[in-house]
Design a protein around this ligand. Structure first.
Ligand SMILES: Cc1cc2nc3c(=O)[nH]c(=O)nc-3n(C[C@H](O)[C@H](O)[C@H](O)COP(=O)(O)OP(=O)(O)OC[C@H]3O[C@@H](n4cnc5c(N)ncnc54)[C@H](O)[C@@H]3O)c2cc1C
Length: 320
């Protein structure tokens, strides 16, 4: 459906909504890969109350997809039906220290900002966020982690709205965390979280943050158009090792490449489409499966529809 047709169908149902609606929104503008199709419409709510009003107003047969900063997303060429919701920095970007050992962060706050506020407050345990380029909503959904720390170790509680606009407050246990995964209901849009750390020396926190940054610049193609780790590490090994053994370091399809620097990072060398990127990913999965019998699992979230004629089978249809 075009954006105009979607908005026409909704008539004046969204007249009380204060946030910004953009019909036919180009997703390549808001994903790190700089690739992918168009969403029927993008909605950026003004605040949590506005988001709740929007969710109540949109009928259930219209799909709603939430995105964050787009650093873990591959959007397919056929685009995204219905609404994409992206929380605005103005309404959801605040970060503040509360008490001796806690932080409150809006879901649109960049992880790096959370690390910076923790440093200002002398709160240890957040240095790992200094190296992750996403936002807190994405970190909560993905259980983002690095340097031996994961989001789940810091979460105290999470505020979220469901598809009906009803508010829920979830505990860390309710989030159902596992490696790069939360089992929290898929329709939830996280709006804010409270995190706990431990009081620590500011020089030590700063040194840990510098070490995180230095390590990344040395081993990851962080200045490229990428989605971070493409695949989760399989039990007992690293995804990059299996990709390397299967001969896929530097492998290219169209404008998409497995980074020669870190071969579990996929990069858009300039002209890659969502199709090139996903086809490269499935080619790597098929080759690793053939080489070592390991079935790699995507860490990057693939969303949207295939462009007709550009469908891609998992493992390229190979079933060993
Ligand atoms: C250079 C680079 C390095 C990276 N390094 C790491 C790393 O070390 N560790 C790591 O874990 N990740 C890493 N990543 C991946 C990525 O940064 C994380 O997964 C991050 O948490 C995603 O956040 P985002 O805001 O970009 O989410 P998006 O990519 O926009 O979305 C990711 C998922 O989160 C969901 N989501 C987003 N916001 C919300 C919300 N408010 N409510 C509910 N669901 C939401 C989306 O629906 C989607 O399923 C890296 C990425 C890059 C590009």
């Amino acid at each position: 459906m075009s954006g105009a047709a979607l908005l026409e169908r909704l008539g004046d149902r969204l007249s009380a909504v204060r946030g910004r609606i953009t019909p036919d929104a180009a997703m390549d503008k808001i994903t790190w890969f700089r690739a992918g199709g168009t969403a029927d419409a993008l909605f950026q709510p003004a605040d949590e109350q506005d988001l709740a009003a929007f969710l109540k107003a949109v009928p259930h047969d219209i799909p709603i997809t939430v995105v964050g900063i787009g650093s873990n997303l591959l959007v397919r060429e056929g685009g995204i039906r219905g609404f994409v919701v992206r929380l605005s920095a103005k309404g959801f970007g605040a970060v503040q220290a509360i008490g001796d050992d806690r932080l409150r962060a809006g879901a649109a706050a960049p992880d790096k900002r959370v690390a910076a506020v923790a440093l200002e407050a002398g709160l240890g345990g957040f240095h790992f966020y200094h190296g992750i380029p996403g936002g807190i909503g994405g970190a909560l959904r993905m259980n983002a982690g690095a340097n031996g720390v994961e989001t789940r170790e810091r979460v105290v509680e999470v505020r979220a709205l469901d598809r009906d606009g009803t508010l829920h407050v979830l505990s860390d246990a309710d989030m159902g965390y596992a490696y790069r995964h939360s089992a929290a209901p898929k329709d939830l849009i996280f709006t804010e979280a409270i995190f706990a750390g431990e009081p620590a020396d500011k020089d030590e926190i700063r040194a840990a943050m510098d070490a995180v940054q230095h390590h990344r610049e040395t081993v990851q193609p962080i200045r490229e158009k990428t989605g971070g780790s493409t695949f989760k590490n399989p039990e007992g090994t690293s995804a990059w090792k299996e990709i390397d053994k299967a001969g896929c370091r530097g492998l290219m399809i169209g404008g998409a490449q497995m980074s020669p620097m870190h071969c579990n990072f996929m990069i858009n060398t300039g002209t890659a489409t969502g199709y090139d990127l996903e086809l490269l990913g499935e080619t790597v999965r098929a080759r690793v499966l053939e080489h070592s019998g390991i079935r790699l699992t995507w860490e990057i979230r693939r969303i949207g529809a295939f462009k007709p004629g550009h469908e891609i089978d998992e493992f390229l249809g190979q079933m060993l």
